[in-house]
Write a protein that binds this ligand. Structure first.
Ligand code: ZN
Length: 221
């Protein structure tokens, strides 16, 4: 009995210590001790920070609220990013940051419209999923997971993995590390110094966040 109580106390202390360590790690800028490589930063730059002059663009708070009551597989679809990012990004399915709707469009499989501020904070994102998923690899489940990737900060399409323009593939290791890195840095973190060479970018970072940027991106048929 006594031993058990001791063990429990030790476990509690260890948990608290871990929590403190995690708290210190989150939002930090340096990548040298976190296992991320220069190519991880370059990938993050290409599909995120290049849209804001080298500063990261993400939801400020996790878990991110999702309102997708009409979608039976929404939890599974969104939580693929939770697994792939090692838990760095998480979702609250009673929330409302990202509403998901069905659409009668036949032009695309899925479509995401999102806004972010010039301080690097995503302020809104809305996902539409076509009822007709003919020609959409992986069907509605994959389309939703793909659009979820956009809605949380993947601002483009890569060659392989879930975020390729046609979808139908699992989240690649690189895409998983992308989300892990993005959500381990504070919104608006300047990652330019982590890149091998300077690259072209768009947008102007502004700490006050006074300007709102908009992106509409679709997964075409
Ligand atoms: Zn897409």
């Amino acid at each position: 009995m006594h031993k058990k109580a001791l063990r429990r106390a030790a476990l509690l202390m260890l948990t608290m210590l871990l929590f403190i360590l995690v708290s210190c790690g989150g939002g930090g800028g340096g990548g040298s001790d976190s296992g991320f490589t220069q190519s991880d930063y370059e990938f993050l730059y290409t599909y995120n920070a290049s849209s804001l002059d080298g500063h990261t663009i993400r939801w400020a708070n996790v878990p991110i609220g999702v309102s997708a009551g009409a979608f039976a597989d929404a939890r599974t679809a969104f939580n693929r990013w939770n697994s792939a990012s090692g838990g760095a990004v998480s979702f609250n399915f009673a929330g409302s940051n990202i509403p998901v709707f069905w659409s009668s469009s036949t032009a695309w499989c899925g479509l995401t419209t999102m806004n972010w501020s010039s301080a690097g904070r995503i302020t809104s994102a809305k996902i539409s999923i076509a009822r007709n998923q003919t020609g959409c690899l992986g069907g509605a489940a994959d389309t939703l997971a793909h659009e979820a990737g956009h809605a949380i900060g993947f601002l483009g399409h890569d060659a392989i993995g879930l975020m390729n323009p046609k979808g139908g593939e699992p989240i690649s290791d690189q895409e998983g590390r992308f989300m892990k890195l993005l959500y381990s840095l504070a919104p608006g973190t300047n990652i330019s110094g982590e890149l091998g060479k300077s690259r072209s970018s768009s947008g102007t970072y502004d700490k006050s966040g006074g300007k709102i940027h908009t992106l509409t991106i679709s997964r075409s048929k």
